[in-house]
Design a binder for this molecule. Structure first.
Ligand SMILES: Nc1nc2c(ncn2[C@@H]2O[C@H](COP(=O)(O)OP(=O)(O)O)[C@@H](O)[C@H]2O)c(=O)[nH]1
Ligand SMILES: [Mg+2]
Length: 264
């Protein structure tokens, strides 16, 4: 079954890094995964090398790059029933969500990522909690604009409450010290965390656009923390002051989980 999953979020939220480790976390969760085309395979391999050999994060996505990565995933589920899905994942620069009109004029040849999001079965919204908390009004504008666009696409001629697809809201980089005790495995605590990070306006705006049953909050980290050292980030600060990933410690947290929830 084909499932388009849209990834969106502001610039620097961690989208490209998230997609780079998805393959590993998918396998770690008992699924099989294979890239459906060469570009998707090269994307994961190139970034694998960067993360796991050089300890570096992928380069920032350029505004004219809107890439589509396609992976086939499968597993044998409960009662021996095989489940298989084709995941079509879109990665775009966060600027598309912050300033869409400007980018549309600047890059008329690029397929607007909004046009893809509206065709998705499920959406993953990645947010850096620190950034959101510091700039709630800016985030309100970009999240609210995207929800409005999605809502109009979901029910263009209806005054009824627009129902946008399932939405997994993932707080990224939760390996950082100030967040390291905030993640809970079942995600029950995340709704409280979300309310605090997002503030009333964004929180209510999300519930205004979506069926509450279709929204879930997750805490995740693409690099994770060292299991042996009481939840310390896999990022280490070198003597030069530069941040580097400690290669022996990369262990993603809740990267595949939101997608698994969207597929169920
Ligand atoms: N601590 C931590 N930092 C991260 C993580 N993922 C990304 N980052 C940082 O956030 C930056 C932006 O990530 P990127 O994936 O390029 O964001 P994008 O613009 O949404 O694609 C990276 O260069 C890293 O410095 C993570 O899991 N943990
Ligand atoms: Mg990116």
């Amino acid at each position: 079954m084909k499932k388009n999953i849209g990834i969106w979020g502001p610039k620097g939220a961690g989208k490209t890094t998230y997609l780079s480790v998805l393959y590993h976390d998918c396998l770690a969760n008992g699924w099989k995964m294979k890239a459906a085309d060469e570009e998707s395979d090269e994307f994961r391999l190139k970034n694998y090398k960067l993360l796991f050999e050089q300890g570096e994060f992928p380069a920032a996505t350029r505004p004219n790059e809107v890439s589509i990565y396609t992976y086939d995933i499968s597993r044998v589920g409960a009662l021996g029933v095989a489940q298989s899905y084709r995941l079509v994942l879109a990665d775009a620069s966060g600027e598309w969500f912050e300033n869409p009109i400007h980018l549309r004029n600047q890059f008329p040849e690029v397929v607007n990522p909004y046009n893809r999001l509206v065709t998705c079965h499920g959406l993953v919204l990645l947010l850096d909690p620190e950034e959101v908390q510091e700039q709630q009004a800016t985030h309100f504008v970009s999240i609210s604009r995207a929800l409005g666009t999605l809502g109009r696409a979901a029910s263009p001629n209806s005054v009824n409450q627009p129902i946008i697809p399932y939405l997994a809201i993932c707080f990224t980089k939760m390996d950082r010290d100030k967040y390291r005790y905030k993640i809970d495995a079942e995600g029950d605590k995340m709704a409280d965390f979300a309310q605090q990070v997002l503030g009333d306006h964004i929180y209510r705006d999300i519930l205004n656009a979506c069926d509450p049953e279709r929204v879930r909050f997750f805490g995740c980290s693409s690099i994770g923390w060292n299991k042996n050292s009481n939840k310390h980030s896999a990022i280490v600060t070198k003597a030069s002051g530069e941040n580097q990933i400690d290669l022996s410690k990369i262990s993603p947290i809740h990267i595949f989980k939101p997608i698994e929830w969207l597929l169920r």
